[in-house]
Write a new protein. Sequence first.
Length: 314
Amino acid sequence: MAKEVLTPEELADKKVRRSNGWTRFWAIVLALVLVGASTYVAKGQATKANEEAAKLQKEYEEQVAANLNAAGAQSWDDGASSGSSNDAAAPASNEAEEAAKAINAATAAAAAAGYDWERNAKMTNLDVGGETFTNILNGIIQGVDPNANLQSVVGGFLGAGGEQPKKATVKKGGNPAEDIGYHGESYKLKATSLKASDLKDLTISGDTYTFTLADVNTPKKDGSSALSRLTDDIVIKEEVTSEIQAQVGSAVSVTGLDCVYKNIKVEVVITDGKLVKLTYSYDAEVTDLALKAGVTIHGKGAMSATATYTNFAY
C-alpha cells in the first residue's frame, strides 16, 4: 500500500495538534506513573514499601505536630481568621481606595479585549518522599521517554518547567481559554475584585501601580483571598483530583493538598483608564500533596511564576 502523502497544510495541522496535546499527555503519564509505581512496589517490594511508607507517615505526622506547636494559633488564611496578622492592617488610605477602583475597572474592560499573554514558571524543588520513590517513578517515566524525569512531568502538569516561557495571543471576542490552551481557564486575564486593604506597600508613579499581596495558605478560586481576587492562576485540590481521576478513575485519590503562596508582587500600568500592562509574580510552596494509589505517597515542592498581559486590543 502506498504511503499517505500529506499536504503542507495537513502537516502543519498535525504538528499543532501534537503540540497542543503534549502537556496533557504528560498529565496522563503522571497519573499512570503514580498507579504503576504503587503497583510495582506492592508486588515486587511489598515489605520494604510498607516499612518505608510507615516510616514516611510517622515522620510526616511528627513534622506536622512540630509545625503546629511552633505556629500556635497563627493562621495563614489571608486575614479570614483572627490569628492572621498580614491583613490586620490599619484602614486603607483614600489613595488605595482609588487605586483598587481604577485597577478593577481597567481589568474588567481588558478581560473582554484581545491581548498577549506570557507566563514563565519554574520548579525549584520537588520531593515525593525520598530517593526510593523518586527512583521508582523516574524509572517508569524514562521507560516512556528517556529525556523526561519526575520534575519535567510534574512541571508540565503545573505549567512549570522548560527553558521557554508559555505564550499566547488572545483574540478579542474569542475564547481566552481556547487561545491559551492547557489550563487556559486559570491563566486568562481576570476582571479583578481587589480591595483597598489588599494593596500592600502601594506605590504610584505616573500611570504605574506597584504593590504586594498578603501570603495565603491553600487559597481557593472564590475571591476569599487577595490572590484569588487578582487571578485564578492557583492550583487547587479539586482540580488536581478531577484531572487525575479523569484519566485513571478511582485508582488514584488525592487526599490532601496544602500549599503557601508568598512573595506576591504586582505591577499594573493604566493610561487614560485603560489597562496597558499587568504583571504578577509569586513563589508557591506545596508543603504536602498526599496521593493514595495502593500506598500513600506524600509529595512536596516549590515553584516560582511570573505572568504578564500586554498589547491590548480594545
